[in-house]
Design a protein. Structure first.
Length: 405
């Protein structure tokens, strides 16, 4: 089963599929909230998404928000019952293609009692969501955040305010307002407080997986190959990730911080800034919290077209690199690394900072006294032997003089 999952992940970058959860039917004036997923290499802009009727663009209130690797499109459905089409045009995918997406839906039935806008939110501070009662009488609506409660809303537009401080951690939340489930991404560092000391500490992010662990390729000179790799969040909670690499040589898309939901993956496309004329050996460091995972790219030039090939090695073979190539340092026996080390040709390679351990610093003066004492004792020993030998030689000279007389 795991083999097929890995195979699917490796095949995904070459798929052109765009997937949405657009429903078949909506009520007039209902807030449509549609999740859009796909291997996008460039952002989807608001002007790229339209609702059409008979190929005519409908004037609706709408917006689009990117959360993690997905997009959430929201719109107030047209007031007239009819057949419509959701159109997403000029989407750039990681396989290099530009795709258009179309899917039909219907607006049928009675007018929705209330709508919300926006239908998706990203925020780094306080924000509000408007609720519009469409009917001719007040409506009682349940709200799930920060605590579940009911409130009666009058006819027309009302504002529901949300305090940033009520969100303990950053990440994706879903807030229920009546029948609507609104995705809200809070841009906030994930931290926790030590109850004993009161110290604020960052939560260590785990379970980040890179597929493949290394890319080995043989290419012809003056070509410009394209490679892909995937980052997967196999743990619980959200992972904040970003890339560090040589931008003078490589160009990677998307080149931005990514927040991954549980069991979610993102596909990156690796390109070169110019045609390859010599062998290239580069490292892409994937950061998540305090962890750094290196991904090696080794490209060799060949004149034989039959030798051209690319190997996506499943394991991370960072031990094929010297520590200097990983931009790391070899710590001495008395030093500790500020973050996780990786294996290299030279041994354990610190990708952070090597610093003297506290115990070593405290013990330095102690060993200094011992060494100084040994030197003093050794000097005294040789001085004593010298003086003893000198005295013996003087006595022998006096004996020889007496014998001559």
């Amino acid at each position: 089963m795991k083999f097929f999952i890995l195979l699917l992940i490796l095949i995904l970058p070459f798929s052109s599929a765009i997937v949405t959860d657009l429903r078949e039917n909506y009520s007039p004036k209902e807030t449509m909230i549609v999740k859009i997923a796909g291997a996008f290499s460039e952002p989807i802009k608001e002007e790229n998404v339209e609702i059409k009727r008979n190929n005519v663009v409908m004037p609706v209130e709408y917006g689009i928000v990117k959360i993690a690797t997905n997009y959430y499109y929201w719109a107030i459905a047209p007031n007239e019952e009819n057949n419509y089409t959701l159109s997403i045009k000029d989407t750039h995918l990681t396989n290099g293609s530009i795709e258009n997406y179309k899917k039909d839906f219907k607006v049928v039935g009675d007018e929705e009692k209330y709508s919300v806008s926006p239908g998706a939110v990203t925020s780094s501070g306080n924000f509000s969501i408007d609720l519009n009662v469409n009917g001719d009488e007040p409506v009682s609506i349940g709200i799930s955040f920060p605590n579940q409660y009911e409130k009666v809303f009058d006819i027309g537009k009302s504002e529901i305010e949300f305090n940033f401080k009520d969100f303990k951690n950053g990440g994706l939340y879903f807030i229920n307002i009546g029948e609507y489930r609104i995705p809200v991404y809070i841009a906030k560092e994930i931290k926790e407080v030590n109850n004993e000391t009161g110290e604020v500490i960052e939560i260590e992010e785990k379970a980040l997986r890179i597929i493949p662990g290394r890319i080995e390729s043989i290419v012809l000179a003056n070509t410009n190959p394209i490679y892909t790799f995937n980052i997967i969040n196999e743990g619980e909670g959200f992972l904040n990730t970003y890339l560090d690499y040589n931008r003078n040589v490589l160009r990677i898309e998307p080149d931005e911080r990514i927040v991954l939901e549980e069991n979610e993956s993102v596909t990156y496309v690796v390109k070169f800034n110019s045609a390859i004329k010599s062998n290239i050996k580069e490292i892409i460091n994937i950061h998540s919290g305090t962890k750094v995972i290196p991904l090696g790219i080794d490209v060799q030039i060949s004149e034989d077209e039959d030798e051209v090939q690319t190997k996506y090695v499943s394991e991370n073979l960072s031990d094929l690199y010297k520590c200097a190539e990983l931009k790391g340092n070899i710590c001495s026996a008395s030093q500790v690394c500020s973050q996780e080390s990786v294996i290299s040709i030279d041994g354990s390679c610190c990708l952070g900072i090597c610093s003297e351990s506290k115990s070593t610093e405290e013990g330095g003066s102690y060993w200094g006294y011992i060494i100084f004492g040994i030197l003093i004792l050794g000097g005294a020993y040789f001085w004593f032997k010298y003086k003893k030998g000198a005295g013996k030689n003087a006595f022998q000279e006096r004996v020889l003089k007496a014998e001559r007389v």
